[in-house]
Design a protein around this ligand. Structure first.
Ligand SMILES: [Zn+2]
Length: 144
């Protein structure tokens, strides 16, 4: 006898391949109807140099998309954090980590560190050395 969790897991394991199979069967028929005229009539009429140019153009577009996705996946303080204007530094939306506002102004990502006496936030970047007052509300729940 299967318990509720095992049944749920079995349904999840069986449902995904079933859905993929049904979708691929439906799309394969559609793809045949869509590509058939292209393969029979249009492709033979296009010269090889134009085909190579199209393939090259497609590769360039794919590379540009990959670069765009790669750039978008980078952590950006000004995009991925909230600016605490009254405090002068940034707080990450997902993690709650704090980042130096002075460094962010020059497009540098520098996480703040607690000072030795624990009363301040310090920027560890050598040319910055910005400090910010530390409040109890700044710390993440596990740091308090
Ligand atoms: Zn800094």
């Amino acid at each position: 006898m299967l318990d509720k969790q095992q049944t749920k897991r079995l349904i999840q394991v069986a449902l995904l391949p079933s859905c993929i199979g049904i979708a691929s069967h439906a799309l394969s028929g559609l793809a045949d109807e869509t590509w058939k005229p292209f393969l029979e009539h249009i492709l033979p009429a296009v010269s090889r140099s134009w085909l190579l140019l199209l393939v090259l153009l497609l590769c360039v577009v794919c590379c540009l998309l990959a670069i765009l996705l790669w750039m978008r996946s980078y952590f950006d303080v000004r995009r991925d954090c909230d600016l605490l204007t009254e405090r002068g530094f940034y707080r990450a939306k997902k993690t709650g980590d704090l980042y130096c506002g002075a460094c962010a102004a020059v497009h540098r990502t520098t996480p703040l560190k607690r000072s030795l006496n624990g009363c301040m936030w310090e920027c560890p970047f050598p040319d910055c050395n910005a400090t910010y007052d530390r409040l109890a509300s700044d710390a993440k729940p596990q740091d308090r």
